[in-house]
Design a binder for this molecule. Structure first.
Ligand code: GTP
Ligand code: SPV
Ligand code: MN
Length: 603
């Protein structure tokens, strides 16, 4: 009965019965004051951002057009892996790397949390599409949320609103994504700038292709098209339908001879995907264009090659460390405006600032909304502070970035953040060995997820927090992907590490634009023109094999970055064994064979 009295509920611009029924059901449960169907228009953006400014959530920036500064609640700053669940019917389908709860139990718990949770707020209906709208089978979703911040961010990060709803027709499939901040307002109650709830759940129902999120307004916890849909749910779709959903950037590399190579690279969160995707090569004649910085969906084309599409429409990039020296293309992208900056510092003249931008101004407002001066002990910006900006503004976006067919991938890079052991670059022996490299990838944890930072953990294919099913089945899916293909057409697999350190703890490799030198060696390997040394862990270049012209890094550092220390690698073996033991019976036997072969080669 109450539902009939919720304004807006019946003003649906669609005749899609399943969508209408679900929106009504959620409205009746969460009891918002009104329902608004988002159209994605400029007017809507104006209304939403004005509302956020009025609420004290946003500050309009004087120095960037149509852009906003935003500070979250200090308790709501990153993905919450501990509170992320894969609610498959069978716990064996979630596997040892995911938190699991029975779907009916999770639904019962969360239904009680959602009951009345949107009281005093507006429920927004956001129809969206991951990947190009003109795809043969567009990948649709609908997010219901009581957060204006989410509406604004989804407009940047996805193709949403009326243009997405057009593709729904009367009965298209879509992924229902329910999100509530869990912060209902009583009549007359003053709102806070960043409403959220101490209790958080990020729940996935893989069999139903459904997502329920509660209690957080930040990043991947709340923008449900991103990690929840495009990785956790999409990885399950990919398993069932024979494709791959991966935590990968997509870049286009153009050689001085104008030959084009598309590269996909998987690095864990805050380990360099955005930076590599927008790289400005330091070696003459080479060019990079960007197609995506975080997620790639890959499937075989009719020609037997693996094609990648970026499902996203925006960059949600780590702010600290981004500046004109490290990532000029990101700076150029945000200069154009239309951006939201969350948890960075605000300058007195209405611009943004963060660690890594050079000399700090005399005075800032920190992400904690406190006065900050160069003598302050605190950071100006949270280490996981982010800019959110449309991809199309990137000056080096590849013209084909929206092609629904995708781009054919020549090389896949796996990489992590390791102070020791892992060389700057290693080429795998073949696909299966490359899958082994990915499956045993390790990296130091970062601020992108709540928890300890700097702890080495296994992060298979940079997907540890994002595999929506059993990690053993996921490895098998990777193995099968290679088995079903023409080996000559498969991308070649490489393992990179920009983060190896010397004894004095400084980075041995200069990174950023200089990573183009490594890309050049990779391309020369594809062309069969660059030498490499066969080591127990794979094919590694010598310093002479890499173009170091014009680089002032001491050759001794480069040699150290490329070094394969057999003792260090022997020390990795028990860690890999422990990891494989955790995967259990579903570990593909081919990966066990790879481990045995590695042990043999290490002697
Ligand atoms: P997510 O968006 O969390 O998935 O992160 P990402 O993989 O896109 O990482 P990003 O490119 O934003 O880089 C994260 C941090 O690593 C930033 O502070 C960068 O400045 C730093 N970084 C990126 N590339 C390099 C590199 O080549 N060398 C060094 N030393 N640091 C790098
Ligand atoms: C990551 O953590 O890998 C991100 C940020 O890209 S989030 O959207 O929060 O997942
Ligand atoms: Mn990411």
């Amino acid at each position: 009965m109450t539902a009939l009295t919720i304004p807006g509920l019946d003003q649906a611009p669609t005749t899609h019965q399943r969508l209408l029924a679900w929106v009504r059901e959620v409205a009746e449960l969460t009891t918002p004051d009104q329902v608004v169907w988002c159209d994605g228009s400029d007017d809507e953006w104006e209304r939403m951002t004005a509302k956020l400014v009025e609420a004290g959530t946003f500050v309009r920036l004087e120095r960037k057009p149509n852009s906003f500064w935003c500070a979250s609640d200090p308790s709501d700053v990153a993905r919450v892996e501990e509170r992320t669940f894969i609610c498959s019917q069978d716990p064996g389908d979630a596997g040892p790397t995911n938190n699991w709860m029975r779907p009916d139990e999770m639904k019962a718990t969360m239904t009680e949390l959602y009951r009345g949770s949107m009281r005093g707020r507006t429920m927004y209906v956001i129809p969206f599409c991951m990947g190009p709208l003109d795809a043969e089978k567009p990948m649709l979703g609908v997010e219901l949320t009581d957060s204006e911040y989410v509406v604004v961010s989804m407009r940047v990060m996805t193709r949403m609103g009326a243009k997405a709803l057009e593709r729904f027709g009367d009965d298209a499939d879509f992924v229902p994504c329910l999100h509530s901040l869990g912060a209902p307002l009583e009549p007359g109650q003053q709102d806070v700038p960043w409403p959220c709830n101490e209790t958080k759940y990020i729940s996935h129902f893989p069999e139903e292709r459904m997502i329920w999120s509660f209690g957080s307004g930040y990043g991947g916890n709340a923008l449900l098209g991103k990690k929840c849909y495009s990785l956790r749910i999409a990885s399950v779709m990919g398993r069932d339908e024979g494709w791959l959903a991966e935590h990968m950037l997509i870049l286009k590399l153009i050689s001085p001879e104008n030959k084009v190579y598309y590269v996909a690279a998987a690095f864990p969160s805050a380990c360099g995907k955005t930076n590599l995707a927008m790289l400005e090569p330091t070696i003459p004649g080479w060019k990079v264009e960007t197609l995506g910085d975080d997620i790639a969906w890959m499937r075989f084309g009719e020609d037997g090659r693996l094609y990648a599409v970026n499902p996203e429409n925006g960059f949600f990039g780590v702010a600290p460390g981004t500046d004109w020296k490290t990532n000029p293309n990101a700076m150029r992208t945000i200069e154009l405006g239309n951006s939201v900056f969350t948890n960075v510092a605000l300058t007195d003249d209405g611009d943004i600032w963060w660690e890594g931008m050079g000399e700090a101004p005399e005075h800032l407002t920190s992400w904690k909304k406190r006065d900050w001066t160069p003598g302050s002990e605190e950071l100006t910006s949270h280490p996981n502070s982010r800019y959110c900006v449309p991809i199309e503004q990137c000056p080096i976006v590849a013209p084909e970035w929206q092609d629904p067919k995708g781009v054919p991938i020549s090389a896949i890079l796996f990489g992590g953040r390791r102070a020791t052991t892992v060389p700057l670059v290693t080429e795998s022996r073949d696909w299966q060995h490359g899958v082994f490299m990915g499956a045993t990838l390790s990296s130091e944890t970062t601020a992108a997820a709540v928890g300890q930072v700097g702890v080495v953990r296994r992060d298979p294919m940079a997907m540890l927090p994002f595999i929506g099913y059993h990690a053993g089945d996921y490895f098998q899916h990777w193995i099968d992907t290679g088995k079903g293909a023409d080996a000559a057409k498969l991308p070649r697999i490489f393992y990179v590490n920009w983060f190896r350190r010397g004894e004095d703890k400084r980075f041995l490799w200069p990174g950023f634009g200089e990573n183009s030198r490594v890309l050049k060696w990779i391309v020369e390997r594809l062309e069969g023109t660059a030498p490499a040394v066969e080591t127990p862990i794979g094919h590694v270049p010598t310093a002479e094999a890499i173009d170091l012209s014009g680089l002032d890094t001491p050759v001794a550092d480069i040699e150290a970055a490329l070094g394969v220390d057999v003792e260090e690698w022997k020390a990795e073996i028990p860690l890999i064994e422990e990891w494989f033991a955790k995967i259990g019976d579903k570990l593909p036997s081919s990966l066990r064979d790879e481990l045995e072969a590695l042990k043999q080669r290490l002697g």
